[in-house]
Design a protein around this ligand. Structure first.
Ligand SMILES: [Zn+2]
Length: 423
Protein backbone atom coordinates (compact mmCIF):
# COMPACT_ATOMS: atom_id res chain seq x y z
CA UNK A 1 0.00 0.00 0.00
CA UNK A 2 2.74 2.35 1.09
CA UNK A 3 4.67 1.41 -2.02
CA UNK A 4 1.83 2.14 -4.42
CA UNK A 5 1.17 5.52 -2.78
CA UNK A 6 4.79 6.41 -3.37
CA UNK A 7 4.50 5.43 -7.03
CA UNK A 8 1.36 7.50 -7.42
CA UNK A 9 3.13 10.49 -5.98
CA UNK A 10 5.99 10.14 -8.40
CA UNK A 11 3.58 9.88 -11.32
CA UNK A 12 1.72 12.95 -10.14
CA UNK A 13 4.91 14.96 -10.08
CA UNK A 14 5.80 13.88 -13.57
CA UNK A 15 2.35 14.79 -14.87
CA UNK A 16 2.53 18.18 -13.20
CA UNK A 17 5.90 18.96 -14.73
CA UNK A 18 4.66 17.86 -18.15
CA UNK A 19 1.52 19.97 -17.80
CA UNK A 20 3.62 23.00 -16.92
CA UNK A 21 5.83 22.42 -19.91
CA UNK A 22 2.80 22.17 -22.20
CA UNK A 23 1.25 25.28 -20.69
CA UNK A 24 4.36 27.22 -21.57
CA UNK A 25 4.82 25.62 -24.96
CA UNK A 26 1.33 26.16 -26.37
CA UNK A 27 1.31 29.96 -26.52
CA UNK A 28 4.74 29.93 -28.18
CA UNK A 29 3.71 27.48 -30.88
CA UNK A 30 0.40 29.34 -31.46
CA UNK A 31 2.28 32.54 -32.02
CA UNK A 32 4.34 30.82 -34.69
CA UNK A 33 1.74 29.45 -37.08
CA UNK A 34 2.65 28.92 -40.70
CA UNK A 35 2.14 32.17 -42.57
CA UNK A 36 1.16 32.96 -46.15
CA UNK A 37 4.76 33.95 -46.80
CA UNK A 38 5.98 30.52 -45.54
CA UNK A 39 3.64 28.91 -48.07
CA UNK A 40 4.70 31.27 -50.87
CA UNK A 41 8.33 30.46 -50.12
CA UNK A 42 7.54 26.72 -50.08
CA UNK A 43 5.91 26.95 -53.50
CA UNK A 44 8.89 28.92 -54.88
CA UNK A 45 11.35 26.28 -53.62
CA UNK A 46 9.20 23.55 -55.16
CA UNK A 47 9.31 25.34 -58.52
CA UNK A 48 13.12 25.40 -58.26
CA UNK A 49 13.64 21.82 -57.02
CA UNK A 50 11.48 18.82 -58.00
CA UNK A 51 9.56 17.45 -55.04
CA UNK A 52 10.33 13.72 -55.04
CA UNK A 53 8.07 11.25 -53.26
CA UNK A 54 9.65 7.80 -53.23
CA UNK A 55 6.54 5.82 -52.35
CA UNK A 56 3.13 6.13 -53.97
CA UNK A 57 0.96 3.01 -54.30
CA UNK A 58 -1.52 4.27 -56.93
CA UNK A 59 -0.52 1.63 -59.54
CA UNK A 60 -1.15 -1.18 -57.03
CA UNK A 61 -4.61 0.27 -56.28
CA UNK A 62 -5.40 0.45 -60.01
CA UNK A 63 -4.41 -3.18 -60.39
CA UNK A 64 -6.31 -4.38 -57.33
CA UNK A 65 -9.49 -2.32 -57.71
CA UNK A 66 -9.73 -1.97 -61.51
CA UNK A 67 -7.81 -5.03 -62.73
CA UNK A 68 -5.49 -2.60 -64.53
CA UNK A 69 -8.30 -1.21 -66.76
CA UNK A 70 -7.04 2.35 -66.92
CA UNK A 71 -9.83 3.38 -69.29
CA UNK A 72 -12.25 2.98 -66.36
CA UNK A 73 -10.51 5.74 -64.42
CA UNK A 74 -9.94 9.33 -65.52
CA UNK A 75 -6.83 10.46 -63.65
CA UNK A 76 -7.53 14.02 -64.86
CA UNK A 77 -10.59 14.08 -62.60
CA UNK A 78 -11.04 14.07 -58.83
CA UNK A 79 -10.89 10.36 -57.85
CA UNK A 80 -10.79 10.95 -54.10
CA UNK A 81 -13.92 8.77 -53.73
CA UNK A 82 -12.24 5.75 -55.40
CA UNK A 83 -10.10 2.93 -53.89
CA UNK A 84 -11.06 3.62 -50.25
CA UNK A 85 -10.35 7.34 -50.75
CA UNK A 86 -7.58 7.69 -53.31
CA UNK A 87 -4.89 10.17 -52.28
CA UNK A 88 -3.63 10.74 -55.81
CA UNK A 89 -4.91 12.12 -59.13
CA UNK A 90 -3.51 14.60 -61.63
CA UNK A 91 -5.32 17.75 -60.36
CA UNK A 92 -4.05 17.12 -56.82
CA UNK A 93 -0.52 16.21 -58.01
CA UNK A 94 -0.47 19.59 -59.78
CA UNK A 95 -1.85 21.41 -56.75
CA UNK A 96 0.78 19.69 -54.61
CA UNK A 97 3.58 20.69 -57.03
CA UNK A 98 4.88 17.14 -57.18
CA UNK A 99 7.94 16.85 -59.41
CA UNK A 100 8.76 13.16 -59.31
CA UNK A 101 7.31 9.97 -57.91
CA UNK A 102 8.58 6.47 -57.50
CA UNK A 103 5.48 4.41 -58.02
CA UNK A 104 5.60 1.10 -56.30
CA UNK A 105 5.30 -2.16 -58.17
CA UNK A 106 4.65 -4.91 -55.67
CA UNK A 107 2.32 -7.84 -56.31
CA UNK A 108 1.79 -9.04 -59.87
CA UNK A 109 5.04 -7.32 -60.68
CA UNK A 110 4.93 -7.14 -64.46
CA UNK A 111 1.22 -6.19 -64.45
CA UNK A 112 2.01 -3.25 -62.20
CA UNK A 113 5.05 -2.11 -64.17
CA UNK A 114 2.83 -2.22 -67.26
CA UNK A 115 0.26 -0.01 -65.46
CA UNK A 116 2.94 2.57 -64.58
CA UNK A 117 4.13 2.71 -68.19
CA UNK A 118 0.58 2.95 -69.57
CA UNK A 119 -0.31 5.79 -67.17
CA UNK A 120 2.62 7.74 -68.64
CA UNK A 121 1.50 6.89 -72.20
CA UNK A 122 -2.13 7.90 -71.52
CA UNK A 123 -1.20 11.24 -69.92
CA UNK A 124 1.88 12.41 -71.85
CA UNK A 125 1.30 16.08 -71.03
CA UNK A 126 1.55 15.29 -67.31
CA UNK A 127 4.01 12.41 -66.88
CA UNK A 128 7.46 11.44 -68.15
CA UNK A 129 8.82 7.93 -67.69
CA UNK A 130 12.26 8.48 -66.20
CA UNK A 131 15.18 6.24 -65.23
CA UNK A 132 17.94 8.71 -64.27
CA UNK A 133 18.51 11.51 -61.76
CA UNK A 134 19.02 13.99 -64.60
CA UNK A 135 15.76 12.76 -66.12
CA UNK A 136 13.89 13.93 -62.99
CA UNK A 137 15.50 17.38 -63.24
CA UNK A 138 14.75 17.66 -66.98
CA UNK A 139 11.17 16.51 -66.54
CA UNK A 140 10.60 19.09 -63.80
CA UNK A 141 12.12 21.82 -65.98
CA UNK A 142 9.59 20.88 -68.68
CA UNK A 143 6.67 21.18 -66.24
CA UNK A 144 6.04 17.44 -66.05
CA UNK A 145 5.96 14.88 -63.25
CA UNK A 146 8.75 12.31 -63.48
CA UNK A 147 7.50 8.75 -62.97
CA UNK A 148 9.93 6.10 -61.82
CA UNK A 149 9.58 2.48 -60.73
CA UNK A 150 10.46 1.05 -57.34
CA UNK A 151 9.81 -2.60 -56.49
CA UNK A 152 8.69 -3.29 -52.94
CA UNK A 153 10.17 -6.61 -51.96
CA UNK A 154 13.24 -8.68 -52.86
CA UNK A 155 10.92 -11.67 -53.42
CA UNK A 156 10.27 -10.03 -56.84
CA UNK A 157 13.61 -11.35 -58.11
CA UNK A 158 12.98 -14.92 -56.89
CA UNK A 159 16.62 -15.19 -55.81
CA UNK A 160 17.74 -14.87 -59.45
CA UNK A 161 20.38 -12.33 -60.45
CA UNK A 162 19.10 -12.71 -64.02
CA UNK A 163 15.64 -11.49 -62.97
CA UNK A 164 17.27 -8.61 -61.06
CA UNK A 165 19.10 -7.53 -64.21
CA UNK A 166 15.87 -7.72 -66.24
CA UNK A 167 14.13 -5.56 -63.62
CA UNK A 168 16.81 -2.93 -64.22
CA UNK A 169 16.23 -3.19 -67.98
CA UNK A 170 12.49 -2.63 -67.41
CA UNK A 171 13.37 0.62 -65.63
CA UNK A 172 13.34 -0.39 -61.95
CA UNK A 173 15.57 2.01 -60.02
CA UNK A 174 15.02 0.91 -56.45
CA UNK A 175 14.25 -2.43 -54.86
CA UNK A 176 13.10 -2.81 -51.28
CA UNK A 177 15.12 -5.73 -49.94
CA UNK A 178 12.17 -7.35 -48.15
CA UNK A 179 8.46 -6.66 -47.92
CA UNK A 180 6.61 -8.36 -45.05
CA UNK A 181 8.10 -11.82 -45.48
CA UNK A 182 11.65 -13.19 -45.47
CA UNK A 183 13.39 -13.85 -48.74
CA UNK A 184 15.77 -16.85 -48.65
CA UNK A 185 18.55 -14.31 -48.11
CA UNK A 186 17.21 -11.49 -45.86
CA UNK A 187 14.97 -11.06 -42.80
CA UNK A 188 12.01 -8.66 -42.81
CA UNK A 189 11.07 -6.18 -40.06
CA UNK A 190 8.57 -8.51 -38.38
CA UNK A 191 11.49 -10.78 -37.42
CA UNK A 192 12.88 -8.17 -35.03
CA UNK A 193 11.11 -9.68 -32.02
CA UNK A 194 11.96 -13.25 -33.06
CA UNK A 195 14.81 -14.58 -30.87
CA UNK A 196 15.64 -17.13 -33.58
CA UNK A 197 16.13 -14.98 -36.66
CA UNK A 198 15.91 -17.08 -39.82
CA UNK A 199 18.96 -15.49 -41.44
CA UNK A 200 20.39 -13.28 -38.70
CA UNK A 201 19.93 -10.35 -41.10
CA UNK A 202 21.56 -10.75 -44.49
CA UNK A 203 23.03 -14.05 -45.78
CA UNK A 204 26.14 -14.45 -47.96
CA UNK A 205 23.85 -14.59 -51.01
CA UNK A 206 22.11 -11.45 -49.76
CA UNK A 207 25.49 -9.69 -49.78
CA UNK A 208 25.92 -10.73 -53.41
CA UNK A 209 22.49 -9.28 -54.24
CA UNK A 210 23.52 -5.93 -52.73
CA UNK A 211 26.77 -6.02 -54.73
CA UNK A 212 24.86 -6.76 -57.96
CA UNK A 213 22.40 -3.93 -57.23
CA UNK A 214 25.38 -1.59 -56.73
CA UNK A 215 26.87 -2.80 -60.02
CA UNK A 216 23.60 -2.36 -61.91
CA UNK A 217 22.73 1.04 -60.44
CA UNK A 218 19.58 0.01 -58.54
CA UNK A 219 19.08 1.90 -55.28
CA UNK A 220 19.02 -0.40 -52.23
CA UNK A 221 15.90 0.28 -50.13
CA UNK A 222 15.99 -0.74 -46.45
CA UNK A 223 12.35 0.02 -45.54
CA UNK A 224 10.56 -3.14 -44.31
CA UNK A 225 13.82 -4.87 -43.33
CA UNK A 226 14.85 -6.02 -39.84
CA UNK A 227 17.42 -4.00 -37.91
CA UNK A 228 20.05 -6.72 -38.47
CA UNK A 229 19.32 -6.66 -42.20
CA UNK A 230 19.69 -2.86 -42.18
CA UNK A 231 23.09 -2.97 -40.47
CA UNK A 232 24.20 -5.95 -42.56
CA UNK A 233 23.49 -4.00 -45.75
CA UNK A 234 25.05 -0.78 -44.48
CA UNK A 235 28.24 -2.73 -43.72
CA UNK A 236 28.63 -4.05 -47.28
CA UNK A 237 27.02 -1.62 -49.74
CA UNK A 238 29.35 0.44 -51.93
CA UNK A 239 26.61 2.98 -52.68
CA UNK A 240 24.38 5.14 -50.47
CA UNK A 241 21.11 3.47 -49.49
CA UNK A 242 17.57 4.76 -49.16
CA UNK A 243 14.70 4.11 -46.80
CA UNK A 244 11.91 4.73 -49.33
CA UNK A 245 9.12 5.11 -46.73
CA UNK A 246 10.14 4.96 -43.06
CA UNK A 247 10.13 7.44 -40.17
CA UNK A 248 11.96 7.82 -36.84
CA UNK A 249 11.69 4.96 -34.31
CA UNK A 250 12.70 7.24 -31.42
CA UNK A 251 9.48 9.26 -31.88
CA UNK A 252 7.17 6.38 -32.78
CA UNK A 253 8.16 2.92 -31.62
CA UNK A 254 7.14 0.89 -34.66
CA UNK A 255 9.69 -1.49 -36.19
CA UNK A 256 8.95 -0.12 -39.67
CA UNK A 257 10.77 3.01 -38.51
CA UNK A 258 14.52 3.65 -38.30
CA UNK A 259 16.31 3.48 -34.92
CA UNK A 260 18.84 6.17 -34.01
CA UNK A 261 21.91 3.90 -34.22
CA UNK A 262 20.94 3.02 -37.79
CA UNK A 263 20.28 6.73 -38.57
CA UNK A 264 23.89 7.40 -37.53
CA UNK A 265 25.10 4.65 -39.88
CA UNK A 266 23.02 6.15 -42.71
CA UNK A 267 24.75 9.48 -42.05
CA UNK A 268 28.14 7.77 -42.58
CA UNK A 269 26.84 5.97 -45.66
CA UNK A 270 25.53 9.16 -47.30
CA UNK A 271 22.03 7.74 -47.67
CA UNK A 272 18.58 9.23 -47.20
CA UNK A 273 15.49 8.46 -45.09
CA UNK A 274 12.25 9.28 -46.89
CA UNK A 275 9.70 10.03 -44.16
CA UNK A 276 6.51 7.94 -44.14
CA UNK A 277 3.19 9.75 -43.43
CA UNK A 278 1.07 6.70 -42.53
CA UNK A 279 -0.46 7.38 -39.10
CA UNK A 280 -0.20 3.76 -37.94
CA UNK A 281 3.58 4.16 -38.11
CA UNK A 282 4.02 7.73 -36.92
CA UNK A 283 1.45 8.11 -34.13
CA UNK A 284 2.80 5.65 -31.56
CA UNK A 285 4.50 6.37 -28.23
CA UNK A 286 6.52 8.21 -27.15
CA UNK A 287 5.72 10.97 -29.67
CA UNK A 288 2.06 10.16 -30.27
CA UNK A 289 -0.54 12.94 -30.22
CA UNK A 290 -3.42 10.57 -29.39
CA UNK A 291 -4.03 6.92 -28.54
CA UNK A 292 -5.89 6.38 -31.81
CA UNK A 293 -3.36 5.32 -34.44
CA UNK A 294 -5.74 6.43 -37.20
CA UNK A 295 -5.00 9.99 -36.12
CA UNK A 296 -1.93 12.14 -36.64
CA UNK A 297 -0.91 15.65 -37.62
CA UNK A 298 1.19 17.36 -40.26
CA UNK A 299 3.31 18.81 -37.43
CA UNK A 300 4.07 15.26 -36.29
CA UNK A 301 5.56 14.45 -39.70
CA UNK A 302 7.68 17.59 -39.39
CA UNK A 303 8.77 16.34 -35.93
CA UNK A 304 9.98 13.10 -37.53
CA UNK A 305 11.85 15.09 -40.18
CA UNK A 306 13.37 17.29 -37.44
CA UNK A 307 14.54 14.18 -35.59
CA UNK A 308 16.07 12.55 -38.67
CA UNK A 309 17.81 15.86 -39.40
CA UNK A 310 19.14 16.09 -35.85
CA UNK A 311 20.51 12.52 -35.64
CA UNK A 312 21.48 11.83 -39.29
CA UNK A 313 21.96 15.34 -40.71
CA UNK A 314 19.87 17.50 -43.05
CA UNK A 315 21.31 15.62 -46.04
CA UNK A 316 19.43 12.51 -44.85
CA UNK A 317 15.89 13.88 -45.00
CA UNK A 318 13.30 13.19 -47.71
CA UNK A 319 9.64 12.32 -48.41
CA UNK A 320 8.12 8.85 -48.86
CA UNK A 321 4.41 9.47 -48.32
CA UNK A 322 2.88 5.98 -48.68
CA UNK A 323 -0.13 7.74 -50.28
CA UNK A 324 -2.61 5.26 -51.73
CA UNK A 325 -0.92 2.63 -49.58
CA UNK A 326 -1.82 3.43 -45.98
CA UNK A 327 -5.49 4.32 -45.46
CA UNK A 328 -4.93 6.91 -42.75
CA UNK A 329 -2.83 10.00 -43.22
CA UNK A 330 -2.36 12.97 -40.89
CA UNK A 331 -4.67 15.94 -40.53
CA UNK A 332 -3.35 18.64 -42.82
CA UNK A 333 -1.53 16.11 -44.99
CA UNK A 334 -4.39 14.05 -46.37
CA UNK A 335 -3.30 13.70 -50.00
CA UNK A 336 -0.69 14.71 -52.59
CA UNK A 337 -2.09 18.27 -52.86
CA UNK A 338 -0.86 19.07 -49.33
CA UNK A 339 2.91 18.78 -49.87
CA UNK A 340 3.38 22.61 -49.93
CA UNK A 341 1.89 22.86 -46.41
CA UNK A 342 4.49 20.42 -45.06
CA UNK A 343 7.31 22.30 -46.77
CA UNK A 344 5.95 25.58 -45.32
CA UNK A 345 6.05 23.98 -41.86
CA UNK A 346 9.79 23.22 -42.28
CA UNK A 347 10.32 26.86 -43.28
CA UNK A 348 8.38 27.99 -40.19
CA UNK A 349 10.75 25.83 -38.13
CA UNK A 350 13.67 27.83 -39.48
CA UNK A 351 15.13 25.18 -41.75
CA UNK A 352 17.50 26.95 -44.15
CA UNK A 353 16.74 27.13 -47.88
CA UNK A 354 19.45 24.52 -48.58
CA UNK A 355 18.01 22.18 -45.93
CA UNK A 356 14.44 22.57 -47.18
CA UNK A 357 15.45 22.02 -50.80
CA UNK A 358 17.38 18.94 -49.69
CA UNK A 359 14.22 17.49 -48.16
CA UNK A 360 12.10 18.46 -51.19
CA UNK A 361 14.26 16.48 -53.60
CA UNK A 362 17.95 17.42 -53.71
CA UNK A 363 18.96 14.79 -51.13
CA UNK A 364 17.34 11.97 -53.12
CA UNK A 365 18.86 13.35 -56.33
CA UNK A 366 22.31 13.29 -54.69
CA UNK A 367 21.90 9.63 -53.65
CA UNK A 368 20.58 8.70 -57.12
CA UNK A 369 23.58 10.38 -58.79
CA UNK A 370 25.99 8.66 -56.37
CA UNK A 371 24.39 5.30 -57.19
CA UNK A 372 24.83 6.05 -60.91
CA UNK A 373 28.49 6.99 -60.29
CA UNK A 374 29.14 3.70 -58.44
CA UNK A 375 27.59 1.86 -61.40
CA UNK A 376 30.11 3.59 -63.67
CA UNK A 377 32.98 2.72 -61.31
CA UNK A 378 31.95 -0.95 -61.30
CA UNK A 379 31.39 -1.26 -65.05
CA UNK A 380 34.35 -3.61 -65.60
CA UNK A 381 33.02 -6.13 -63.06
CA UNK A 382 31.19 -8.99 -64.82
CA UNK A 383 27.57 -9.85 -63.97
CA UNK A 384 27.10 -12.15 -60.99
CA UNK A 385 26.00 -15.55 -62.28
CA UNK A 386 25.35 -17.13 -58.90
CA UNK A 387 21.84 -18.15 -57.94
CA UNK A 388 19.89 -19.99 -55.31
CA UNK A 389 18.68 -23.11 -57.04
CA UNK A 390 14.93 -23.50 -57.47
CA UNK A 391 15.41 -27.00 -56.06
CA UNK A 392 17.24 -25.89 -52.95
CA UNK A 393 15.49 -26.08 -49.65
CA UNK A 394 15.63 -22.32 -49.09
CA UNK A 395 14.00 -21.31 -52.36
CA UNK A 396 11.70 -24.28 -53.06
CA UNK A 397 10.03 -24.11 -49.66
CA UNK A 398 9.96 -20.32 -49.52
CA UNK A 399 6.36 -19.04 -49.45
CA UNK A 400 7.49 -15.45 -50.03
CA UNK A 401 7.06 -15.22 -53.79
CA UNK A 402 5.56 -13.08 -56.48
CA UNK A 403 2.33 -14.46 -57.88
CA UNK A 404 3.60 -13.99 -61.42
CA UNK A 405 6.33 -16.59 -60.83
CA UNK A 406 3.86 -19.45 -60.56
CA UNK A 407 1.91 -20.87 -63.52
CA UNK A 408 -1.74 -19.77 -63.00
CA UNK A 409 -3.01 -23.33 -62.64
CA UNK A 410 -0.63 -23.99 -59.75
CA UNK A 411 -0.82 -20.59 -58.15
CA UNK A 412 -2.12 -20.56 -54.60
CA UNK A 413 -4.35 -17.64 -53.58
CA UNK A 414 -2.49 -14.37 -53.39
CA UNK A 415 -2.88 -14.20 -49.62
CA UNK A 416 -0.67 -17.24 -49.21
CA UNK A 417 2.12 -16.21 -51.57
CA UNK A 418 2.83 -12.88 -50.01
CA UNK A 419 2.42 -11.72 -46.48
CA UNK A 420 -0.76 -9.80 -45.66
CA UNK A 421 -0.79 -6.49 -47.49
CA UNK A 422 0.87 -4.15 -45.05
CA UNK A 423 2.47 -0.92 -46.06
ZN1 LIG B 1 5.60 -0.52 -47.65
Amino acid sequence: MERSRLVLLVVAVVVLVTALAVAVAIPVSRSKRRTISDLDKARRYMMEVPLIDTHNDLPGRLRMHENGKLQNVDLNSDISHRFNASHTDIPRLREGLVGGQFKDAIMHLLDTIDIIKRIVQMYPKTFDFVTTAQGIVDSHANGKIASLIGVEGGHAMDSSMAVLRMLYDLGVRYMTITHDCNTPWADNWQEITNPNLEHNGLTAYGKRVIHEMNRLGIMVDLSHTSTKTMTGILNVTKAPIIFSHSSAFALSNHYRNVPDDVLRMVSQNGGVVMTNFYTEYINLPPGNVSTDTREGTLEQIADHMDHIKEVCGWQCVGLGSDFNGGDTHPTGLEDVSKFPDLIAELIRRDWTETEVKGAIGNNLLRVFRDVEAIKTEMRSIPPDESMISRDSEGEASNPCRTYVYNPPSEAPPISTVTAPFTL
